[in-house]
Design a protein around this ligand. Structure first.
Ligand code: BES
Ligand code: MN
Ligand code: ZN
Length: 498
């Protein structure tokens, strides 16, 4: 199959911001602020129902009911927002949108007017609806599959719809487009998306003003990227390195750099993985998807920053021409690597991608994202991504961005004693450090290719970039979560956009 997939993201629903939505079409979500339902909410009897259900003023309390609206009854969901607690508007709307799945209700009105919600809260309410109704069904032959998203429209009734629209159009909407794009990339099966047509899809970002450059195997050979190229040797697909440049900042301002692991399928290579769940390794390009989705978002919201995105796209397969355990390869940096385990391939891809990006573009800081180790799932489950850094300031910036964006990260230590576990008698290093502290030794490996002068951070998103069912929150209804897109956008917005 050589078809180039459509560039457009899977569009979800229309978003409207209105000041008054007295007549509810479809279903309604009422955020009860400090026990009140807001002035524009006209359905009679809600106070009485609330009282009968014992609804009080505690954040997180909910009830749902039906209310008469003209000649029909509409479904009404109520969620309490207490006095001083942080209230997650995104999650509130996402839960309602999920409850409406398969109900056939095409429209949801969210009543925020008269509450103390900000325009950002209103914009995030819309995001919650979009993320919760995302579903990946491009490959289902029956258009009427029962899990099709039901919602077509979300109306947010709020005090300042113009300001909410502005926040949505200029930030939250584009970031959500980037998340949806990243989800689509991760969810595509490995026979449909592979390095060459992935790169072709990224060329589409040119339409948004991103400069896209694709290096094929010949160019990478020329540059001496044998660490990356070794991983693709067993694949019939050619490896690709894609560089995406968004020049929204001042001429000459050092760029922020984001680098992603894009293993379109990770069989383990000659160090073959067991069969169970091997299919999940179609998602081993979550880091590259986060970078690609972020570049889309930056361009769509015309971010005033210079940002370079680099993704290493490779398929890791066993074959007669695949690399073997014991092979020694020379990376672009000149350092030699004994490949003891061909399944520790992500670090081999990133070693050359990081060295190339950092030496060529001299970024102000560099953040890589990768579904790098199973060990990070043992450490942090599917809740937090692992954060590793050589720079406390950068680690702090990212932690703050993680909190603000709800892409949660947790810092783990690095150090000399972990680093030395990578020493090899046969080459400058080996690509595995043993069973203990597997995520940390993976990070130490990457650090050897970063150099001393660049603030760098690594996010291990193996547990958060793709999730087994049962581990999702209401905003994620899908294997590929799009983790990282909003974290990176928040990081860049807060630290590079003036
Ligand atoms: N892509 C995997 C990591 C992974 C595992 C991601 C499970 C998501 C879920 C990576 O390439 C890998 O195979 N890592 C090995 C490293 C080991 C050989 C040192 C691992 O985690 O077992
Ligand atoms: Mn692997
Ligand atoms: Zn992998």
């Amino acid at each position: 199959m050589t078809d180039i997939l459509p560039f457009a993201v899977t569009e979800t629903i229309d978003v409207e911001f209105v000041s008054d939505a007295a007549a509810t079409e479809g279903a309604a979500l009422v955020i009860a602020t400090k026990g009140k339902f807001g002035p524009h909410y006209t359905h009679a009897g809600l106070d009485a129902v609330a009282k009968a259900t014992g609804f009080s003023n505690k954040t997180g309390q909910t009830f749902s009911t039906y209310a008469a609206d003209g000649n029909s009854a509409v479904r009404v969901f109520v969620q309490a927002r207490g006095s001083n607690d942080v209230f997650d508007y995104e999650m509130a709307v996402a839960k309602t949108a999920k409850a409406l799945r398969g109900s056939g209700t095409g429209s949801l009105t969210v009543h925020l007017a008269g509450s103390d919600s900000s325009p950002d809260d209103a914009a995030r309410a819309a995001v919650g609806a979009r993320l919760a109704t995302y579903s990946f069904n491009r490959h289902k032959s029956k258009a009427t599959a029962p899990k099709k998203p039901a919602l077509k429209r979300v109306r947010i009734a709020c005090d300042d719809p113009a300001a909410a629209r502005d926040a949505y159009d200029n930030y939250y909407g584009p970031v959500t487009d980037g998340i949806v794009f990243a989800r689509d990339l991760v969810n595509e099966p490995p026979n449909v998306i592979y390095p060459e047509n992935y790169a072709a899809r990224l060329r589409g970002l040119t339409d948004l003003g991103v400069e896209v450059e694709v290096l094929g195997e010949a160019e990478m050979e020329e540059l001496g990227m044998h660490s990356l190229l070794g991983v693709g040797k067993g694949s019939t697909r050619d490896s690709q390195l894609v560089v995406m440049r968004w020049n929204g900042g001042k001429d000459g301002d050092a760029p922020a750099m984001i680098v992603g692991k894009g293993v379109t399928f990770d069989s383990g290579g000659i160090s073959l993985k067991p069969g169970a769940n091997m299919w999940d390794m179609k998602g081993d390009m979550g880091g590259s998807a986060a970078v690609s989705g972020s570049m889309m978002a930056l361009a769509k919201r015309k971010a005033k920053a210079n940002v370079i995105g680099i993704v290493g796209l490779v398929e890791n397969m066993p074959d007669g021409s695949a690399q073997n355990p014991g092979d020694i390869v020379t990376s672009m940096s000149g350092q030699t690597i004994e490949v003891q385990n061909t399944d520790a391939e992500g670090r081999l891809v990133l070693a050359d991608a990081l060295h190339y990006g950092i030496t060529k573009y001299k970024p102000a800081a560099c953040v890589d994202l990768a579904t790098l180790t199973g060990a990070i799932i043992v450490s942090l489950g599917h809740e937090h991504a692992g954060l590793f850094s050589n720079d406390d300031g950068l680690a702090e910036q990212l932690s703050l961005a993680g909190e603000a964006s709800t892409d949660k990260i947790w810092r783990l230590p690095m150090g000399e004693s972990y680093d030395k576990l990578l020493n090899s008698p046969n080459a400058d290093m080996k690509n595995i450090g043993g069973r203990a502290a597997g995520s940390i030794t993976a990070a130490q490996f990457l650090k050897r290719f970063v150099g001393k002068d660049t603030p760098w951070a690594h996010l291990d998103i193996a547990g958060t970039g793709m999730k087994p069912s049962g581990r999702h929150d209401a905003r994620e209804s899908t294997f590929g979560t799009g983790f990282g897109v909003r974290l990176l956008n928040r990081w860049i917005a807060s630290n590079y956009e003036g």
